[in-house]
Design a binder for this molecule. Structure first.
Ligand code: NAP
Length: 293
């Protein structure tokens, strides 16, 4: 399996370590990144470097994309010099970005016309999960194509789940983002009450984490909030992109999501204060401003 050639497009916070794991596992790898300097580390470890997404795709049995937003995925796949121009019949494209399920369904049709397949496979687990290869990967698309690429996904993640036809991976990821964002607001509120009542925040987190209210957000972001560390693992701007996708899917299916809408509005305040490039835990600063005159 490891002689399958992989084209990897998008070497950001997530893509860089994910591509590194594939190289370490012995897969021949060709990488492309819009900003070429970010390819240097992987090139030094043995990856080939392509000048365009099309060039990264043309030798590849499997192409992986992980870029920012819906228009970015559309651009690297169907834009000039995009994956569609280079991909071979029989190849599988795995899009691991978090983007609109409707885009994945449309691209699925375009890939089929080329004799290729598309798997939408967004991830959860943050930069830590990408570095430790412990991501949760939720996949949609043709099930046979998914089974063919499962060993590649297993190199990057710990939990790999087939969720259904094209777009199902993205819809599952949107459910994930509801849970992440609403839980984060609860973590911020608990820490706010603790601090305004002079309760030691780290003791509160330690006491609670092992019980029914424990969570990834509390364990990983609670201590950062307590120590005023607002550096990004996952940026507020990217979370807002995801919550807009949640609102679109909710609108299209007449699904009321009142708590998610509230968090989306509170993150809007973060963005208005110039905090969009900080980590999502900076939501705590919005509550601090609400609490002080
Ligand atoms: P990032 O660090 O900002 O990296 C984005 C990557 O996409 C960069 O390589 C960037 O190229 C490339 N890119 C963006 N627009 C492009 C375009 N139009 N054409 C070509 N390349 C383009 O973001 P990230 O944190 O790795 O996130 C990537 C995806 O994973 C997003 O969809 C995000 O929602 C999802 N995700 C992130 C996390 C997390 O914790 N960070 C967790 C789960 C899922 P340049 O280097 O040239 O800018």
């Amino acid at each position: 399996m490891s002689n399958q050639h992989i084209g990897f497009i998008g070497l950001g916070i997530m893509g860089q370590p994910m591509a590194g794991h594939l190289l370490d596992a012995g897969y021949p790898l060709t990488v492309y990144n819009r900003t070429p300097s970010k390819t240097e580390d992987l090139a030094n470890q043995g990856a080939s470097v392509a000048d365009s997404p099309s060039q990264a795709a043309c030798q590849a049995d499997v192409v992986i994309t992980i870029v920012s937003d819906t228009p970015d995925v559309a651009q690297v796949i169907e834009g000039p010099g995009g994956v569609l121009e280079g991909i071979s019949s029989g190849a599988v494209l795995i899009d691991m970005s978090t983007v609109s399920p409707a885009l994945e369904q449309r691209l699925d049709g375009l890939l089929r016309q080329k004799g290729a397949s598309l798997i939408d496979a967004p991830v959860s687990g943050g930069d830590v999960g990408a570095r430790n290869a412990t991501l949760a990967i939720m996949a949609g698309g043709d099930q046979k194509a998914f089974e063919r690429v499962r060993p590649i996904l297993e190199v990057m993640g710990r939990s790999i789940t087939y969720c259904g036809p094209s777009g199902s991976g993205q819809l599952t990821k949107l459910c994930n983002q509801i849970l992440v964002s609403v839980n984060l607001l609860a973590v911020c509120e608990a820490l706010s009450l603790a601090s305004r009542n002079k309760l030691d925040p780290m003791t509160m987190i330690e006491a609670i984490q092992g019980g029914a209210a424990g969570s990834w957000q509390l364990a990983n972001l609670g201590p950062k909030i307590a120590s005023d560390d607002f550096d990004p693992g996952f940026m507020i701007d990217l979370m807002q992109k995801d919550l807009r996708l949640v609102a679109e899917a909710a609108g299209a299916s007449n699904t009321p999501l009142p708590a998610t809408s509230l968090v989306h509005q509170l993150f809007q305040s973060s963005q208005a204060w110039g905090e969009g490039r900080e980590g999502t835990q900076a939501l705590a600063k919005v509550l601090r401003r609400l609490a002080s005159g």
